[in-house]
Write a protein that binds this ligand. Structure first.
Ligand code: NAP
Ligand code: GDD
Length: 318
């Protein structure tokens, strides 16, 4: 039986990846950090089918012990401080989790078993002030947040361990991907949740920041398949995973409010509080390499994703 470790199993992607690997017959082991209250909402339905272990990206020994106990074939490193605005408030901690945490995972693999295949969750946020559009695996990085800077470190240390120690280490440069399990502070879920609350009479308005920001938004369930495909190839490599389309925050609002028969302009208020010290105005990826080498393509369109998220929040509130 194939055995895999997922760090960040309690997060959005971790929960979809766990489902996906279980459906492929994997034994799934997740890393969870200790907290005074359990935070297993997204994996509640999988609890009896996955093995959870306490360890932390900040604690090297806990990672080594975890790898020694499980001896996995594949490790998916999804854990990170992933919310961009928090990275300005906690830049050092973000660097510890999101940058050095990757080195700790790679060091663990180097010490325990160099045959383990490693996936690093890199991000389109690394492109920041984009140097070309669409962005590819060869587009230079220009990160615009402490989070983006930390992810650039995580990307290059993954490449470096591949080159230094011949590890099977891949970096997936994933563009924004969303779902009904997205955290409520991210803009898509903030919108879908507000639309459902307004429709149900529980909220009066929605305060947002930059409505002109453009993102290449896909569905998380499609993107975890690409992670797995990367680790099934003959050689380790880096891949952009994206839809190739971009849309504004404004467009997301319009489709989400339209879906419940409301006019977004009556409810959305712009609030400077949500503007960022340095913004990433436009992200649009070119997934040609992933399509060609992995045979990957997205299944869920942008409109379908927006409607799926609004429907799920309506259902939750009913
Ligand atoms: P998420 O929902 O915020 O999940 C983050 C996960 O990391 C949670 O399980 C969290 O655990 C865990 N974690 C944080 N700090 C940790 C630590 N010190 N030790 C152990 N676990 C820790 O993020 P996501 O959207 O699923 O994204 C998964 C990964 O892909 C992240 O690395 C993110 O930066 C990257 N990424 C995401 C996107 C996207 O659009 N979603 C795009 C590109 C890259 P708790 O539950 O305990 O907080
Ligand atoms: N969060 C948030 N809240 N964003 C807003 C708001 C708001 O009220 N109003 C406008 N935005 C704009 C942000 O300024 C940004 O340009 C865009 O909406 C998307 O913001 P987020 O949903 O917070 O995502 P992100 O693009 O910053 O980061 C996500 O995608 C990255 C991949 O590019 C995260 O998932 C990262 O972890 C991931 O790496």
């Amino acid at each position: 039986m194939k055995r895999a470790i997922i760090t960040g199993i309690t997060g959005q992607d971790g929960s979809y990846l766990a489902e996906f690997l279980l459906s492929r017959g994997y034994e799934v082991h997740g890393m969870v950090r200790r907290s005074s209250t359990e935070n297993f909402e997204r994996i509640g339905h999988l609890r009896s089918r996955v093995h959870l272990h306490q360890a932390d990206l900040l604690d090297q020994l806990s990672i080594i012990e975890f790898l020694r106990d499980v001896r996995p074939r594949e490790v998916y490193n999804l854990a990170a401080q992933s919310f961009v605005p928090t990275s300005w408030v906690q830049p050092v901690l973000t660097g510890e989790f999101t940058a050095l945490g990757v080195t700790r995972m790679l060091e663990g693999i180097r010490l325990v078993d160099r045959k383990i295949r490693f996936y690093q969750a890199s991000s389109s946020e690394m492109f920041g002030r984009v140097q070309e559009t669409p962005q590819t695996e060869r587009t230079p990085f220009w990160p615009r947040s402490p989070y983006g800077v930390a992810k650039v470190y995580g990307h290059w240390i993954t490449v470096n361990y591949r080159e230094s120690y011949d590890l099977f280490a891949c970096s997936g440069i994933l563009f924004n991907h969303e779902s009904p399990r997205r955290g409520k502070e991210f803009v898509t879920r903030k919108i879908s949740h507000a639309v459902a609350s307004i429709k149900r009479g529980l909220q009066k308005e929605l305060r947002l920041g930059n409505l002109d920001a453009r993102r290449d938004w896909g569905y998380a369930g499609d993107y975890v398949r690409a992670m797995w495909l990367m680790l099934q190839q003959e050689k380790p490599d880096d891949f952009v995973v994206a839809t190739g389309e971009d849309h504004t925050v404004r467009e997301f609002c319009r489709i989400a409010f339209d879906h419940v028969g409301l006019d977004w302009r009556k409810f959305v208020k712009v609030d400077r509080k949500f503007f960022r010290p340095a913004e990433v105005n436009l992200l649009r990826g070119n997934p040609a390499k992933a399509r060609r080498k992995l045979g990957w393509k997205r299944e869920v369109t942008f409109e379908k994703l927006v409607r799926m998220m609004v429907d799920a929040d309506l259902e939750r509130l009913s």
